[in-house]
Ligand binder design. Structure first.
Ligand SMILES: [Zn+2]
Length: 255
């Protein structure tokens, strides 16, 4: 039994190998087409997700700044209260002043605290201005966030629709591709996948078209064309490295 199986494996002709590869190529190309249908949408959704997260962080930072300004304002108000209390105390002391030196000293203290109050009030005004500007920026960021969120919802919906429309179709093709892959010897499959990965159009196996490679359209020497037609060995294009197959073998008619 085992020997029979082995000999059967050895009997897989190059032609059959090429046919399997070409079949696999068609399935993979179909999947590529479905992915093209989805286009840039997955990327756009990911970008919007990032942007929305960024806006959230920005708004959060603004709010922290507002909180800090609020705390600073409270601090300055506290200082004003302290200065006012001091001034009140000095004014009372002024009523019982005993000499001009004491009077001068108290007057200077009152003047100093008055200046301190003015300075604090100036700070409070600055904080209020800063807070107003931050609030404006928060508002703008929130507006942008709203737009981006609704953009994201639309794009997600669009993507979901396309994915669900094509999902069943794609899974069916993937299943077929998997089955076909299982019939191809690993070494050849690996080589094919490598060629496909490096090819811009995702084609690893191409039929000859009017004596040229169907991948890069470079002319193929007549002897090579004959060899490809015979299908006795796997031949790659000397320009692009793609595996070439006779159109008839691939089951397509050459136009
Ligand atoms: Zn080529």
């Amino acid at each position: 039994m085992a020997t029979r199986k082995k000999s059967a494996e050895q009997e897989v002709s190059v032609e059959d190998k090429l046919k399997s590869l070409y079949k696999l190529q068609s399935y993979l190309s179909e999947i590529d087409r479905i992915k093209t249908l989805r286009g840039e949408l997955p990327l756009e959704v990911a970008d919007l997700d990032d942007e929305i997260a960024g806006l959230g962080t920005r708004i959060n930072n603004f709010e922290l700044e507002l909180k800090q300004l609020d705390e600073n304002t409270k601090l300055q108000k506290g200082k004003i209260e302290t200065s006012k209390t001091k001034i009140e105390k000095y004014n009372k002391q002024l009523e019982n002043v005993r000499n001009s030196k004491e009077y001068d000293h108290l007057s200077k203290e009152i003047e100093f605290e008055t200046l301190e109050i003015e300075l604090s009030e100036k700070h409070i005004r600055e904080y209020a201005q800063e807070a107003a500007s931050i609030k404006e920026q928060i508002e703008a960021a929130n507006e942008l966030l709203k737009d981006k969120t609704s953009d994201l919802e639309h794009k997600k919906q669009e993507l979901d629709d396309i994915v669900s429309e094509t999902k069943a179709q794609e899974e069916k093709i993937r299943e077929k591709a998997k089955k076909t892959e299982a019939t191809i010897e690993p070494r050849l499959l690996t080589a094919f996948k490598r060629i496909r990965k490096n090819a811009r159009n995702g084609l690893g196996v191409v039929p000859i078209q009017r004596g040229a490679c169907g991948g890069c359209f470079n002319k193929i020497p007549p002897q090579k064309q004959m060899d490809i037609k015979l299908g006795k060995k796997i031949i790659v294009c000397e320009y692009c490295g793609r595996i070439m197959i006779d159109p008839e073998m691939a089951g397509i008619s050459e136009k």
